[in-house]
Design a protein around this ligand. Structure first.
Ligand SMILES: Nc1ncnc2c1ncn2[C@@H]1O[C@H](COP(=O)(O)OP(=O)(O)OP(=O)(O)O)[C@@H](O)[C@H]1O
Ligand SMILES: [Mg+2]
Length: 181
């Protein structure tokens, strides 16, 4: 079933493993010798349901954020495919794990702060900064933000933007706070 679906989206992709299943399907796939992430939203609820629109919004952000460091970039946008009855995108795969407890490495914190600043400079804020949307490499030296299904876009004059920027910075800093028992 999933291999058929993936084949109908892009016959050059080989299914490797499931990263998440729900209303959207997130799979690790292989193309030639490289690994990627294929994010699929089937048209269960029709081609214009909110999940499909969510994925379209993520695609818009990734197209804007091609130069931003510390995120997994868009590799290919398959758009909405009436034949395979789904919308799908291919993203870079980043090997690692979401942090299970607070992160203590200040270099990682600074790198992620830079990513957040770069996104803010594009007028993007209120993206879902939480541990499940961050992956840390096995050597713990690099981290990337992987999910931009949810965010707001602001014009430079919007008076609410600063408040959202502050909240993003706080959400990131909270991931680095030691837990007080
Ligand atoms: N590019 C990636 N590299 C490595 N792992 C990833 C990548 N993208 C996603 N994952 C893994 O798959 C999980 C689910 O992906 P993602 O967060 O994009 O889906 P989602 O939460 O369903 O998205 P949405 O919030 O748009 O509904 C992530 O928590 C992460 O563990
Ligand atoms: Mg997520």
């Amino acid at each position: 079933m999933k291999t058929q679906l993936i084949y109908s989206i892009d016959s050059s992709l080989k299914w490797k493993k499931r990263l998440k299943a729900g209303l959207s399907l997130v799979y690790q796939v292989q193309k030639e010798t490289s690994l990627y992430v294929l994010k699929i939203v089937p048209f269960y609820l029709g081609p214009d349901n909110w999940r499909v629109n969510h994925l379209r919004r993520e695609t818009t952000l990734l197209e804007m954020a091609k130069e931003v460091e510390g995120i997994t970039h868009l590799v290919k946008d398959y758009g909405k495919n009436p034949k395979s009855k789904c919308a799908a995108i291919l993203k870079e795969y980043f090997e690692g794990k979401s942090p299970e407890k607070e992160i203590t490495d200040t270099t990682l914190q600074q790198k992620l702060q830079k990513t957040v600043r770069q996104l803010h400079s594009l007028g993007i804020a209120d993206f879902d900064i939480c541990s499940t949307n961050i992956i840390i490499s096995p050597d713990k030296k690099t981290a990337k933000m992987v999910d931009f299904g949810s965010y707001l876009r602001f014009s430079s004059h919007n008076s609410h933007f600063k408040a959202y920027e502050r909240q993003d910075n706080k959400n990131l800093d909270d991931l680095f706070k030691p837990i007080v028992w």
